[in-house]
Design a protein around this ligand. Structure first.
Ligand SMILES: Nc1ncnc2c1ncn2[C@@H]1O[C@H](COP(=O)(O)OP(=O)(O)OP(=O)(O)O)[C@@H](O)[C@H]1O
Ligand code: SF4
Ligand SMILES: [Mg+2]
Length: 329
């Protein structure tokens, strides 16, 4: 039996309201046929630009978003087949750190309540014991006991992220879905949070699904990485291999967009791509309109994920050859 998380052929469709003057509902495929596995104590990075389906993937794994197709296993047990009380123990083991912790926190609650609420809900822990555990959790994420009486608006971005982490750790989970845990923080704070995450992982054997649009953060923490574009898997494999030698043209373009003081490039290349989600073609390769390597076949046939170098999967008819797997111009 495989320990950890396994996702098979996950598809999520959102139903959108009909356009004005139209009757029929519109369907938007946010994730199409995504498969991966994540073993215990490891980190899988999920990377891609805004709207590619990263949050949807995290929520679907945690059963917070209905899935249209596919199966999800935890330690070999199919959790997509479970409901209600049968699902509860698994919910405890898998926690989410929300993309925007401020939005997710009740502004009227104190840090004490935010962190100790899951202890009450999951274990029915009494008040004194809850507070003792909350202090322990806060200390573990680098916060002082004095934070207990504060409200979310009285915390800095980095402190909020630590509180969100303390809350997520309260139920002693084995898997954390971290949705953009360092976005909005300055570089030195980002590094501190990433180091904290690495320490916690080593200490508790946690598995992380680490969601980010930032390949440099991913490269620091993720053992393996899955690259998403328009809800489709482009490439996945060991992070070092992907970064040293990307096989998919989209992975290469993400690398080219990384901040690089010598070339003067910055993340604008990535953020200018936000509007691409609504221009994904319905036929052929989803990345075709933007791909410098596209050939006529790419407009017609959707590429199936294929194993490359025995260790990664690539969904491209013409993967970049090893020597040419360098940064895109
Ligand atoms: N509840 C919803 N109803 C309808 N469409 C949705 C819903 N949530 C997300 N979408 C759409 O699904 C796609 C994927 O959204 P998602 O939030 O998963 O992307 P993301 O990669 O997390 O983006 P970001 O980096 O901006 O957080 C987008 O096109 C989005 O507009
Ligand atoms: S299948 Fe074709 S269009 Fe798609 S990424 Fe590969 S080369 Fe580019
Ligand atoms: Mg998101």
């Amino acid at each position: 039996m495989m320990s950890g998380l396994q996702v098979e052929n996950l598809t999520v469709e959102y139903v959108k309201r009909p356009r004005l003057g139209h009757k029929e509902e519109r369907r938007h495929t946010a994730l199409a046929d995504i498969s991966f596995s994540l073993s215990g104590g490891k980190t899988l990075g999920i990377v891609g630009e805004s709207g590619c389906g990263k949050t949807t993937l995290g929520h679907a794994v945690l059963q917070m978003t209905p899935i249209s197709q596919g199966r999800i296993f935890w330690d070999g047990i199919e959790i997509t087949a479970l409901k209600g009380a049968a699902l509860r123990p698994f919910r405890r083991q898998m926690q989410l750190v929300f993309q925007d912790p401020f939005e997710a926190m009740n502004p009227r609650m104190t840090v004490d309540r935010i962190v100790s609420e899951p202890l009450h809900l999951a274990f029915g822990m009494a008040r004194v014991a809850r507070q003792r555990k909350a202090i322990e959790l806060l200390r573990r994420v680098g916060l002082d006991e004095a934070a207990l009486s504060r409200h979310p608006r009285q915390l800095s971005g980095g402190q909020r992220q630590r509180v969100a982490l303390a809350r997520a750790l309260a139920t002693e989970p084995r898997l954390l879905v971290l949705d953009e845990p360092t976005s909005g923080l300055d570089v030195s704070l980002q590094a501190r949070i990433l180091n904290l995450l690495r320490d916690l992982q080593a200490e508790k054997g946690l598995s992380y699904l680490f969601i980010s649009h930032d390949l440099s953060a991913i490269s620091y923490v993720a053992h393996c990485t899955l690259v998403l574009f328009g809800g489709h898997m482009m490439e996945q494999g060991p992070t070092t291999a992907l970064i040293e030698s990307p096989a998919h043209p989209y992975t290469a373009s993400l690398l080219a967009a990384l901040p690089n003081p010598t070339s003067g490039r910055d993340m604008k290349t990535l953020s200018s791509a936000i509007s691409r989600a609504s221009h994904i073609p319905s036929m052929g390769c989803v990345y075709c309109p933007w791909c410098h390597h596209a050939q006529s076949r790419c407009h017609l046939d959707s590429p199936e994920p294929t194993v490359l170098d025995g260790e990664r999967l690539v969904a491209c008819h013409y993967p970049l050859p090893d020597k040419a797997r360098q940064r895109e111009p």
